[in-house]
Design a protein around this ligand. Sequence first.
Ligand SMILES: C[S@@+](CC[C@H](N)C(=O)[O-])C[C@H]1O[C@@H](n2cnc3c(N)ncnc32)[C@H](O)[C@@H]1O
Length: 365
Amino acid sequence: MAAKDLHKRPFSEETIIKLDIFQKYLESWLPVAIQSRFITEVNICDFFAGIGRDIKGTDGSPIRIIKTIKKFEDNILKQNLKIHILFNEYTPTKCQQLRDCIAEEQETLKNLDSNLSIEIFNLDFKQLFVSKKPLLENHFNLVFLDQSGIKQVTEEIFLDLAKFHRTDFMFFVSSSAFKRFASDTSFQKYFPDIDIHKLSMTSQSEMHRMILQYYKSKIPNDSQLKLYPFTIKKGRNIYGLIFGSNHPLGIEKFLKIAWETNALNGEANFDIDEDWKTSQMVFSFVNRKLSKIEKFQLDLEEFILSKNEVSNKEVYDFALENGHVINNALPVIKKLENKISYAGHHNISYNKCYKSKEIKKFKVL
Ligand SMILES: C[S@@+](CC[C@H](N)C(=O)[O-])C[C@H]1O[C@@H](n2cnc3c(N)ncnc32)[C@H](O)[C@@H]1O
């Protein structure tokens, strides 16, 4: 199950998609902490950090973290937010390259000296993660697990992540490798209860969704944790990110980035459900398969019309639960103008539904 070394050649287009999604999420997560009256310190953990950049100088996750912090420097100082960055890289030579790279960058962060601490470790992920559990349990954290391959985010690690209620996390997984290595004894050691038959029956493009379901099935019943996928196809192989958060605002922000990355399906770097292909089949319009957005809008319409009354929060939650941004839900409210009645604005937003809790009822006529 040896994984390729990402740092021996320039980052591929697909690696850059992964890193862009992580960076964009960090850029929308950090301001939430800066603006919150209740958050005074945060941890940003990059447990598989690499060397900082690729061999051509393209920014890797460590430099992206540093640059994002620099971008918000003024507000971090104004609100006096304390930020702890944890970098970890297991290979000693790579870790030294990372230290050199960060030492150079730290010069640009001089103004943040009393607000920012950076620790760089050269440890096996699991050993470090276990030692940092008490810290992560009680803080507001963003954890990035950019493993090569599949074996680091075991059930045990995942269940720990699920317990950290104020932690958003993103992990990378080589999903199609599950298919390739399913019969290896070493694989079965890491994932003893994965359904090997289901693995073999799942098509390549569905593999990341299947792995998402595997992790979803591990979420404890009393947990608020929600998981969302982003499938990344490279050649014949399927990789992907799994994002986890306990908080609707985090989920909304991740989904916004995912839908901006691919406006067709919001969950892959390719036409995973052949939405584009079917939209071109004008000749069979009547029997045409619905696109992901059309299907969701029809489901939402049915959901609303099946009730006597529905609230803005129920519509908001329905969209997030189904992996859609609020903008995909609003045309349904407009379409149902003559079938529902409500006063004033629809109030379907995080702020109205969760922050100011301005609950609005839509009466079904
Ligand atoms: C996919 S790369 C991470 C790339 C990084 N995010 C970047 O942007 O450059 C995974 C890294 O994890 C390191 N690694 C492998 N096994 C590890 C372990 N058990 N603990 C910590 N790091 C490990 C590898 O040496 C490799 O540099």
